[in-house]
Design a binder for this molecule. Structure first.
Ligand code: NAD
Ligand code: IPM
Ligand code: MN
Length: 354
């Protein structure tokens, strides 16, 4: 097949990991006979430096035209957080403009990496959960205001916004263990009471083959490290999902391992690791590219419908890890660099497809 994949590297380690993801997609194209056109475009701080805007019109136009977007990361100490124009605005505007309301963040544990987690091996063993994070509503997108001595961030959710993301979680739960945990703060927040009511109604009416439980977000944060194996699909609002998934990455061993897919009503999706631009290791060639490469696998599956190719990439990442291609976040001895880890995935991919 032919596909247009926009590659938005961004800032810090973003371009370093996006390069490995794009490299892997190029090899998938070669091995499986697809023509992937992968133009690059500026976003975030790099785009502010080049054009004054974090999401230039030409970048947004390319993304709208594309079949999928592979995204690295944006942000860094050079731009904000108090600057009037910030890299993060580019990513938020892109998600909103493309209607990407659901952010899928799978957390799976590779046995070989159990030691990379500070949690006990018996706690992380076999964990396989999926967080469905609402991505275009809530406090992120409410009115923001500042007076001389106060600041305001409004949090709003409409019934329709909750319905569509709960439906997405329900459909995904059906292909898994059919257990949905809806996470809110209904003991305090009005938006959370609405969230809980809507989740209850949608699951009862449309996903009666799935179980639904509700957890308060503070308790969920505790359960995620106490008994992560009990979770299947977690569905939650924008900010709770952001925070809980950085926490959940510790179960897998490193934030550098976690991929994500941001989806809307159509096929177009944005695929990015859940981590940021990691200014502390940028430019050193040591960032873990596996989260981005696994995001590329999600791109193949969700936007291009190429399930066999997606699985081949996921298996190649597993083989690379099992073969010991571990970046410094995953091992204290004999670590490899970003490009070497990418090369190990490509070697495994070629060996597996032959
Ligand atoms: P971060 O995720 O960039 O880094 C947190 C820690 O994890 C750092 O110690 C970093 O070195 C490590 N880390 C992250 N990714 C890694 C990888 N692939 N391999 C190895 N180690 C990795 O979070 P932060 O430091 O809080 O934020 C830095 C900047 O990134 C901020 O400007 C923030 O707004 C931005 N950010 C962007 C995104 C995105 O583009 N989607 C996501 C999160 C944060
Ligand atoms: C993420 C990031 C973003 C978010 C920031 C950079 C706007 O933390 O993708 O997880 O909060 O959504
Ligand atoms: Mn985040």
């Amino acid at each position: 097949m032919k596909a247009l994949i926009a590659v938005l590297g961004g800032d810090g380690i973003g371009p370093e990991v996006a390069r490995q993801g794009a490299r892997v997609l190029g090899v998938v194209g070669e091995l499986f006979g697809h023509a992937f056109d992968m133009p690059e475009a500026p976003v975030g701080g790099a785009a502010i430096d080049a054009t004054g805007e974090p999401l230039p019109a030409a970048t947004l136009a390319l993304c709208r035209e594309a079949d999928a977007i592979l995204f690295g990361a944006i942000g860094g100490p050079r731009w904000g957080p108090s600057a009037p124009v910030r890299p993060e605005q580019g990513l938020l505007a892109l998600r909103k403009a493309l209607g990407l309301f659901a952010n899928l963040r799978p957390v799976a544990v590779n046995e070989r990496l159990a030691a990379a987690s500070p949690l006990k091996p018996e706690i992380v063993k076999g964990v396989d959960l999926l967080v469905v994070r609402e991505l275009t509503g809530g406090i992120y997108f409410g009115e923001k205001r500042r007076t001389a001595d106060a600041a305001f961030d409004a949090c709003t959710y409409t019934v329709a916004e909750v319905e569509r993301v709960v439906r997405m979680a329900g459909r995904l739960a059906r292909g898994r263990r059919k257990k949905i945990t809806s996470v809110d703060k209904a003991n305090v927040l009005e938006t959370s009471r609405l969230w809980r009511e809507v989740a209850e109604r949608v699951v009862r009416a449309e996903f009666s083959d799935c179980t639904l439980e509700h957890q308060l977000v503070d308790s969920c944060a505790m359960q995620l490290v106490r008994r992560p194996g009990d979770f299947d699909v977690i569905v939650t609002e924008n900010m709770f999902g952001d925070i809980l998934t950085d926490e959940a990455s510790v179960v897998a061993g490193s934030i550098g391992l976690l991929p994500s897919a941001s989806l809307g009503e159509g096929r177009l999706g944005l695929y990015e690791p859940i981590h940021g631009s990691a200014p502390d290791i940028a430019g050193k060639g040591v960032a873990n590219p596996y989260g981005t490469i696994l995001s590329a696998a999600m791109l193949l599956r969700h936007s291009l419908g190429l399930e066999a190719e997606a699985r081949a990439v996921e298996q190649a990442v597993e083989s690379a890890i099992e073969g010991g291609a571990l970046t410094p976040d995953l091992t204290s001895a004999g670590a490899v660099g970003t490009a070497e880890a990418g090369a190990a995935v490509i070697a495994a991919l070629r060996a597996g497809v032959r």
